[in-house]
Every structure is written in C-alpha cells, then in structure tokens.
Write a protein that binds this ligand. Sequence first.
Ligand code: F6P
Length: 346
Amino acid sequence: MPSSTKAKRIGILTAGGDCPGINAAIRGVGKTAIYEYGMTVYGISSGFRGLVDNLYTELDEAQLSGILTLGGTILGTSRDKPFKGDPTVENKIPKLIKKNYMDLGLDALVVIGGNGTMKTAHKLSLEGLNIVGIPKTIDNDVWGTDVTFGFDSAVWIATEAIDRLHSTANSHKRIMVIELMGHHAGWLSLYAGVAGGGDVILLPEIDYDIELVTRNLERRAKSNKPYSIVVVAEGIKKPKGMSAAGYVSQSIREMTKLETRETILGYIQRGGTPTPMDRILSTRFGAKAVEMIAEGNYGIMVSKAGEHIIPVPLEEVGGKSKLVPADHPLIRKSRKMGISFGDRKM
Ligand code: F6P
C-alpha cells in the first residue's frame, strides 16, 4: 500500500545541458512517487518552456520502464531562463509558470538541472511554488553537493578518449592536446586527466604560463619520452575566438617545433548510457526528492554529502559555482608525480 502524503500530483522537468543519468533520475522520481506514495506524476517537456507553453504528459509505469540506461532526457530540455529577457515583459513568464502550475493542480515540482537551473528553481520557490531540485551536470560544478550525476560518466568517456590518444601519440611521437568540457570548472579535466595519464593538465582554476608548458614538453622530448598528452579544460584563459586546444597546440607547435595534434572531444562527453555509479546516484537523488515532497520539505536541492543524500536549501545553492580548489589533494599528489599544471608549483 502506498504511504499517505499530502502531495498527490507532482511535476518533473529537466533543464540546461543534458548528461547521462537524467532518465535514471526521472525513473527514480516517478517510480518512488507512484509505487511508494501513490502520486500522479506529470512529465513537463523542454525545461521551463514546457511550463510556459503547457507541454506535459502523465508519466505512468510503462513510460518509466526501460529508461534507466538511456542517455539524454525523455522529457527534452532547453536553456530557457524564465527570469531573464526583455525588461518590458519581465515577470510575466514566472507569473505564467505559476498560473500553469496551479491550473495543472501540482502540489510540487521536481527540477533537474545545473547551477542556472537551481537559481531559477530558487526564484520560483520564492514565488510560492513547492520546488525540489536535483543536481545534474557533467561539469560537477553545482555548489552544495559532493558530486553531480553525469560527472562519473563523462570522466569515463573522456578517460577512454585519452587512453586511445596514447597509442597513436606513441606511434607518431607526437604531442596530443585534448580539450574537455567543464564550463568554468576543471573537475572533468582534472579527473580524466589524472585517470588517463595526462602529462600536462590545464585547468581554469590554475593560472598557467604557456612558456612553462612548452619548456616542460621540450624537456620531456629531450629525455626520451616519445610523446606527451596535454589535457586542457575548455574554460582556461585563451585569446578570443580560439578554442583552448587550438591555442595550446598552436603555441606548442610554434614554440617547440614538436609535432602536435589537437582533439576537441565535444558533445560525446554528454551522450550515451550512464555509468553504474551515475545510475545509482540518479536513482538515490530521485527517490530522496520524492521523500522530501512527501515530508513537505520544499525549497531544497537533494545533494550528496559523504555516503548520505541530504537536503540543502536552494537559497544557499543558487548563483554559486563549485570550482576546483587549487590545493585539491589530487592536484597536490599529481604534482609530486611529475604532472604539470602549467605553473611553477611542484
Ligand atoms: O554544462 C554542461 C556543458 O556541456 C558544458 O561543459 C559546456 O560548456 C556547455 O554545457 C555547452 O553548452 P551547450 O549545450 O549550450 O552547447
């Protein structure tokens, strides 16, 4: 028998860039809501746009089945920001969202997204909507949670890509520069860079000196290291109009004459099936979100703290970003093993 709860009808939407594990989270929310609490679940399409344009469908058990391993989001997503835009129409969109939320008879809304989405979620909760956020992104930059789902999958994909660069780099005795996503954060490049045996790792959080990078690569070449792997985060400082990989590889070529090639991994990092760890995290986040709704605990985001899934107030999360601390233990240990971060520190 489903437990009794005041909330009977809930909505769920996914906003911002997609990542592996979103469908697993939708399934976690939906199955917990239906089986454990006897709620009705509405899937809202295309992020916040779906709440503006009334794009929704009831999610039943059949629609929640077979999606655990599926990449992307069955609901579709958009980067629409309801609180942004033409100042003359400002506040009309949030009001419309509120009206449509009430007309649909929703008791609560689960919002799956990254930093920007949590900021919007907080503003909507200030407008009186009962919101529970679930953090997702390959960037792992959402404040207030140890980790987001999508990150582990992206690290896995990026590491596999770096692994494959090693053999071709070795055959041709080349420098390989690979650019990874991550927005303004270097989590993905740090983790995949270390896991993939990168020799130089450039992160947005650490100021690098391109001359130090090139000297380091020359030194490696002279000491009979046949090739080098340079992992660069997309968010590093670079001249306008150039990609991070384009700038770094061009500089290496010009300053060292070493044969250099670049790879921009791109959206491959966001596609496909989630890793087992992401499936588990998504499922736990989804289930916890519904537990929070059942308890009437709104205006929060579910987050991972050690082994626990806990609520954190959206007001603490919105508008912040979790960057890699420059003295992160993995950076400190990697330096001791000879990995360069493009600065003078050892
Ligand atoms: O936030 C996820 C992310 O993939 C970032 O790593 C990247 O900078 C951005 O989204 C790309 O955004 P879009 O999907 O709008 O091209």
